[in-house]
Design a protein around this ligand. Structure first.
Ligand SMILES: NC(=O)c1ccc[n+]([C@@H]2O[C@H](COP(=O)([O-])OP(=O)(O)OC[C@H]3O[C@@H](n4cnc5c(N)ncnc54)[C@H](OP(=O)(O)O)[C@@H]3O)[C@@H](O)[C@H]2O)c1
Length: 256
């Protein structure tokens, strides 16, 4: 096992759910964190909470991963001590709407594609050159089982996560001679803010997604991320798929 102590870990979308759980989990292992998201007051609050609980350094800032220029300037203007990023967790992402394709709003598509695909590309493209130069790094993408199978009313969200899967596989080939690991963690149902965002703040609809079963938590996913990040140097966990035990795949769920 590789110690995560004193590693520098960059996490996108760390204000909620899986990203926030990852931030706490890496801090518990003694890693120093660069955390970002759009909600600046929340990211600062989380940074403060982590600093108080764990003896680690946290650098927090506002970042919308959809903004190519801001992503690049945020990474390039990191203070020197924060530049040698060891691990990147590409977590920022969302689903917007759950509608038949022909009834869906193209605005939703733009937001999902811009965040889940283009945002992930911009952040990776900004951070990867440093990893290549240092001949060391690990990129962990938060994919989804929606990247393995399509489901009804999810054409574009599923397409974005299929894209994440393709990018992960291709990037692994491109960096195989650079001592850089590329991995994906692909969860099924995780109870976070995800469904609330998908349904535009409708709590009732969001709750129904997890009704009659015990979903995964952000901490369950963070556990898998930590496992992946802490393997010995000679081992790469290319992919982990996580399901709630009452979920068989993207469409078959047993509710009691
Ligand atoms: N929950 C599930 O069932 C599930 C299953 C499989 C995969 N996933 C994936 O897991 C990842 C995290 O989702 P979650 O379930 O933890 O949902 P969540 O609780 O809603 O968290 C999403 C995070 O992404 C950030 N974010 C959204 N748009 C952003 C943007 N443009 N720029 C920067 N940050 C942005 C949000 O922060 P701000 O709003 O502050 O920017 C928030 O911190 C996503 O990639 C999602 O697709 C989720």
């Amino acid at each position: 096992m590789t110690s995560l102590g004193n590693k520098i870990v960059f996490i996108t979308g760390a204000t909620s759910g899986i990203g926030k759980s990852c931030a706490y989990a890496f801090a518990k292992e003694g890693a120093h964190l660069i955390i970002s998201a759009r909600r600046i007051s929340l990211i600062n609050e989380i940074a403060e909470g982590i600093r108080k609980t764990y003896n680690v350094k946290v650098h927090a800032f506002e970042l919308d991963v959809r903004n190519k220029n801001k992503v690049l300037s945020a990474v390039n203007s990191l203070p020197e001590e924060w530049k040698p990023i060891d691990i990147l967790i590409n977590n920022a992402g969302l689903a917007k709407g759950l509608n038949k394709f022909y009834e869906d709003d193209p605005e939703n598509w733009d937001e999902m594609i811009d965040t889940n695909v283009k945002g992930l590309l911009y952040v990776t493209h900004a951070i990867l050159p440093g990893m290549i130069e240092r001949k060391s790094g690990h990129i962990i993408n938060i994919g989804s089982i929606a990247g393995h199978e399509a489901y009804p009313k999810g054409a574009v969200y599923c397409a974005t996560k299929h894209a994440v899967d393709a990018i992960t596989r291709s990037l692994r080939m491109d960096t195989v001679d650079k001592n850089i690991k590329v991995s994906t963690i692909d969860p099924g149902l995780v109870e976070t803010n995800f469904s609330r965002i998908r349904f535009g703040g409708d709590d009732e609809k969001a709750k129904n997604v997890y009704k009659g079963l015990t979903p995964l938590t952000g901490d369950d996913v963070a556990d898998a991320v930590i496992y992946c990040a802490s393997r010995p140097a000679h081992m790469n966990v290319s992919e982990i798929t996580l399901l709630a035990s009452r979920q068989a795949n993207a469409t078959v769920v047993h509710r009691e």
